[in-house]
Write a protein that binds this ligand. Structure first.
Ligand SMILES: [Zn+2]
Length: 224
């Protein structure tokens, strides 16, 4: 669940003060609405209850999406002049999070530190594009009686791959994945990341596929 706090804000237009809600933790995996606001650039917008002026106001928050391996500390852009100080503070917060555990959901996830929600917005927009392609791919895989395994999110971003890998056979191994990918490319050649997947699989020397994860449930199409 996402969590929020309340902060007293002074309207830059009329000077009126009012209490505004701010998200302190955003769970991208369970709050699609907030994720949409971040992508569309509306996340920081406030409307003054007195004069109705709309203005942006950033507060620090934490963005979490364990499924997509995201743990992002987002500081307001205007903290940049004191970047080192805030980086140290965020790293301290991260160390505190580690001891609290978060139920182990973020084990192995590398924290990222952003200044300004714009940086996060760009990242999530690209992720969305990757997710959409992955959903099409997973439907296509099911239609063709293939199973799907999950590609590690960080690896998918780095190599520009779909978040899922189709395969035939009992376990996701190179040969079964290669034949599934080739078959799916023959029925749909409009999935650029599937072509990247073919190249990555062809480049592997053994049967093990290093960029998939068995920690999470298998990829199963739309998860909204
Ligand atoms: Zn106002």
């Amino acid at each position: 669940m996402s969590t929020k706090g309340i902060i007293n804000i002074e309207c830059p237009h009329c000077g009126d003060c009012f209490d505004a809600d701010f998200w302190t933790v955003v769970r991208g995996d369970s709050d699609a609405y907030l994720k949409d606001l971040i992508i569309s650039g509306e996340f920081d917008l406030l409307a003054c209850p007195k004069c109705s002026a709309v203005f942006s106001h950033e507060e620090p928050f934490l963005y979490l999406d364990p499924r997509l391996e995201l743990l992002v500390f987002v500081m307001p852009e205007n903290y940049l002049p004191e970047k080192e100080k805030w980086l140290a503070k965020m790293k301290e917060d991260y160390a505190a999070l580690g001891s609290a555990g978060l139920g182990g959901i973020l084990e192995g996830v590398k924290p990222e530190y952003f200044f300004g929600v714009g940086e996060l917005s760009a990242k999530l927009a690209r992720d969305r594009d990757m997710e959409e392609e992955s959903e099409v791919l997973s439907f296509l895989a099911v239609d063709n009686k293939f199973k799907t395994a999950r590609v590690k999110a960080g690896e998918a971003r780095r190599r520009d791959l779909p978040f899922c890998l189709p395969y035939s056979g009992k376990a996701p191994l190179r040969n079964g994945a290669l034949s599934a990918v080739k078959k799916l490319l023959s029925v749909n050649d409009a999935l650029p990341r599937l072509k990247n997947l073919l190249n990555e699989l062809e480049a592997l020397s053994g049967e093990e596929i290093p960029f998939i994860t068995r920690k999470l449930p298998q990829f199963s199409g739309p998860e909204k």
